[in-house]
Design a protein around this ligand. Structure first.
Ligand SMILES: Cc1cc2nc3c(=O)[nH]c(=O)nc-3n(C[C@H](O)[C@H](O)[C@H](O)COP(=O)(O)OP(=O)(O)OC[C@H]3O[C@@H](n4cnc5c(N)ncnc54)[C@H](O)[C@@H]3O)c2cc1C
Length: 386
């Protein structure tokens, strides 16, 4: 059996790994010219952690992960107004939680691929014929491919999904926020942040900062935006929205690169994930959004499920049907959790900000932490349990 996978993100590489492990020939196509280095910190736990464990990846992921010890809500001068112990969240999931940069998770998956998996950068699908018994493709490098299965793992804005299932607006559910992330080198700021994940204690917008290896610093932002359309100048928009937040923000904005990651916070909700021999995976199929804090985890676990269903079914069509039937209910729980989290994530007025501060204080009370952490998410996200 042969699979072509479009997209070499977490979903694409996980699918490649699980299918190759089950004996499939695998070709992965990636639009980017090389491995993506930009990204953001993720909580990695839940079903994806278990799937990564099945692949034997946890020791490598632990090497690549970051030892975040606490999450602090900070004021304009950088003073912590409330602090949460990350260790406590880790204990809630029996230590099966990693703070890892997205490119590092991709790296671990990439390193684990068997040598015969082909990974072709700067390559996309030009034309596609989706037959009952396979797909025929012509690729942007002029070559042709025939395969039994085509997996779109192209992320939330998948072009392949639009070609097969129709335009993005039919499936994208906007959750009312824009998000951005960027990395820059600043050893002095790095020394100030230490192993702390700092978040601003602010209304309608929130910025986070954390130190990476080698004196690099990563910034992550989320702000409320009634208009879902992305700005023409994301860097300018970040300046406009965040310059007044104080402490690290003016300095970070000065160092914001032109190619900043900037996108809507949204989910993909589809009535069906496969058509003929094309199936969607990861965010392309079922983005849960950063508010659910488990998109990467679900991308890895979904790949394990798909490979398992394909292996146990009499034919590919039955395997795809079973995959959808069994994976969808588990997945939808996380999408609902993400939508519920939206109102808590960034306080919309001083009253909500006060409520959040109170909740943060209550989190010091044994037992209350488990209840409230589910409503705070973000880098305190280790609670939305599978
Ligand atoms: C700020 C932020 C914080 C997050 N925090 C967490 C967290 O704490 N925990 C967690 O589990 N998840 C988190 N997530 C979600 C997680 O990052 C995503 O769910 C996950 O990365 C999705 O992986 P993917 O492979 O499906 O898509 P993507 O990562 O988008 O990868 C898609 C790949 O396909 C390629 N591609 C696109 N179009 C084409 C094409 N036409 N042809 C070929 N290649 C193409 C792209 O270049 C890319 O390499 C967060 C997300 C954000 C934005």
């Amino acid at each position: 059996m042969k699979a072509v996978i479009s997209g070499a993100g977490i979903a694409g590489l996980s699918n490649a790994r699980f299918l190759a492990g089950a004996g499939w020939d695998v070709v992965v196509l990636e639009r980017a010219p090389a491995r993506r280095r930009e990204g953001y910190m993720m909580d990695f736990f839940g079903p994806g952690f278990e799937a990564a464990e099945a692949l034997g990846l946890i020791p490598r992921l632990r090497e690549l992960a970051y030892p975040i010890d606490r999450v602090a809500y900070i004021d304009k001068r950088g003073r912590a107004r409330a602090t949460l112990s990350y260790e406590r969240f880790s204990r809630m999931v029996d230590g099966r939680l990693l703070s890892i940069m997205r490119p590092d998770l991709e790296l671990a998956l990439l390193e684990s691929l068997p040598g015969d998996v082909q990974l072709r950068y700067s390559t996309t699908i030009d034309t596609l014929r989706n037959n009952d018994d396979g797909v025929s493709l012509t690729l942007s490098d002029g070559t042709e491919e025939e395969a039994d299965l085509l997996i779109s793992a192209e992320g939330i804005h998948s072009e392949l999904r639009s070609r097969i299932f129709g335009p993005e607006e039919d499936y994208l559910r906007y959750l009312g926020y824009h998000t951005a992330a960027f990395i820059f080198h600043d050893p002095a700021l790095h020394a100030e942040t230490g192993a702390r994940f700092s978040l601003t204690d602010t209304i309608d917008r929130q910025a986070g900062i954390y130190g990476l290896r080698g004196g690099d610093v990563a910034i992550f932002t989320v702000h409320r935006a009634n208009d879902r359309r992305l700005p023409n100048n994301p860097r300018g928009e970040l300046r406009r929205r965040y310059a007044q937040l104080g402490w690290f923000m003016p300095r970070a904005l000065e160092q914001c690169p032109p190619e900043v990651y900037y996108d809507q916070v949204a989910q993909i909700i589809m009535p069906q994930w496969h058509s003929g021999r094309v199936v969607l995976a990861g965010d392309a199929a079922h983005a849960v959004s950063l508010l659910a804090g488990q998109g990467a985890s679900l991308a890895v676990a979904g790949a394990q499920e798909l490979a398992r269903e394909l292996a146990s079914a009499a034919d590919i069509s039955t395997g795809l049907d079973n995959y959808e039937k069994n994976w969808r209910p588990r997945l939808e729980v996380h999408q609902q959790a993400g939508r519920r989290a939206a109102s808590w994530f960034v306080p919309s007025n001083p009253l909500w900000l006060g409520v959040r501060r109170l909740v943060l204080r209550l989190m010091a009370v044994p037992g209350a932490d488990r209840f409230f952490s589910g409503r705070l998410v973000g880098k305190t996200g280790a609670k939305v349990k599978p």
